[in-house]
Unconditional design. Structure first.
Length: 410
């Protein structure tokens, strides 16, 4: 018989003693979760110990909880469990009556990668008479101490054989409705690209730009990590074709490093502008890599401007200047990891604070600004439109400016 069946059978045998007859309760949804939900720290090298708690909240007093069971799984090649400690029943039960706590299962299996917990009281009548049953509200069910054994990431999951392993039982041997929320562990170092390709300037916002005006942006490459160097590079660049029209793209990097006498060695694989779809494609490499290396101008490393792009303004609105599908290769044909940072074009007629460009500063813009709060240029959640004072960081001063503009419409 499984621990779950044992637990429910125990409760069924005790319920008539405690209440005489079984009645149907209408419990509210409880929640069982791992706390903290995220353990992510690259400093957690093998041998590091950390603790998580399995907690429950939203347990209503009527009928309350008298038994709990769960399995928490993990990747045993990354983590091992050193301690599984029962907490909840020992917290609510007076010390003189701890022998009434029935630990049906407190098991650690570092081969399969799980811990198993199942606890209730041996004598429910005694627990009720003592005033410590049933359990309600919020409680810590168990404490688990993990040891890191290698580098990786894994779920701390309540799923077992494809099903939720959590059982919360009320005094009538009924399951208490609940949701189970997994945790997550990672000690993988953050991803660092070998190349960073970005739009410069990050924000184009010039009061002199009107419909018909032409302006330029650059696409640049920063390569500050040691690698073999670049032999070929490609990217796509997109915008809203209703707002901007690309009138030209000028390749810079390969023409800059290659002697004029060897200009025929520059391979223009793709140099395409499509104003109907609002995109362009840049793809360049050396035709004869050996010749480029012997000439001393390949491979390419360091910081360079890849291209200049000229736009004509078609409408006074806002559009992203977005980089996609960026790829680079070294002299052996190996791919180099490539990160990108987009830009944005803002017409001077756009209301400051109108982050979604719908013509009014409202709660939707406040939500977008809150998502970007604390970010600076280059961060994943960076939003140039939220940087209202243009100092390169979305901070409290930008929030004050947005609040001052709240409700204004174009």
């Amino acid at each position: 018989m499984t621990a779950a069946l044992c637990l429910l059978a125990l409760l069924i045998s005790c319920v008539t003693l405690a209440f005489g007859t079984v009645r149907v309760a209408a419990p509210e949804t409880a929640r069982v979760y791992v706390d903290p939900p995220l353990v992510a720290d690259m400093a957690m090298v093998p041998g590091t110990l950390f603790t998580v708690n399995v907690k429950v909240d939203n347990v209503v007093a009527d009928p309350g909880l008298v038994g709990a069971e769960f399995k928490l799984t993990y990747d045993p090649t990354i983590l091992n469990v050193r301690v599984l400690e029962e907490v909840m029943f020992h917290t609510v039960t007076p010390l003189p009556e701890w022998d009434n706590i029935w630990q049906l299962q407190l098991l650690i299996d570092n081969t399969e990668g799980y811990v198993a917990y199942a606890c209730t009281w041996q004598d429910l009548n005694l627990a009720y008479e003592g005033g410590y049953a049933p359990i309600s509200g919020s409680q810590t069910i168990a404490r688990i101490v993990f040891e890191v054994t290698s580098t990786g990431e894994c779920l701390l999951s309540f799923s077992w054989n494809g099903h939720d392993s959590v059982i919360l039982a009320n005094p009538y041997a009924e399951a208490i409705p609940h949701e189970s929320v997994d945790g997550y562990f990672s000690n993988i170092p953050p991803w660092t690209p070998e190349l960073m390709v970005y739009v410069d300037p990050a924000v184009t916002d010039n009061s002199s730009l009107r419909v018909g005006s032409i302006f330029n942006v650059s696409v640049k490459m920063d390569s500050n990590i040691l690698h073999q160097g670049v032999i070929g590079l490609q990217f796509n660049f997109t915008w809203d074709p209703a707002i901007l029209e690309a009138v030209g793209m000028t390749e810079i990097m390969f023409n800059e490093v290659t002697p004029r006498s060897d200009s025929s060695n520059i391979w223009q694989i793709m140099h395409k502008i499509n104003n109907t779809g609002g995109y362009l494609v840049y793809a360049y490499a050396f035709m004869d890599v050996k010749k480029a290396i012997s000439g001393g101008y390949a491979p390419i490393a360091g910081n360079h401007t890849l291209a200049y792009i000229a736009f004509r303004v078609k409408d006074t609105a806002t559009t992203g200047l977005n980089l996609t599908d960026c790829k680079a290769g070294d002299l052996y044909g190996n791919p180099l990891t490539c990160g990108t940072i987009d830009g944005v074009f803002k017409s001077s007629s756009v209301i400051p604070g109108d982050l979604n460009s719908d013509g009014i500063v409202d709660i939707s813009d406040a939500i977008l600004a809150s998502r970007a709060y604390g970010s600076s240029f280059g961060d994943p959640n960076w939003n140039a439109l939220a940087d209202l004072d243009g100092n390169g960081i979305v901070d409290i001063f930008d929030m004050i400016r947005l609040a001052a503009m709240f409700g204004r419409a174009r």
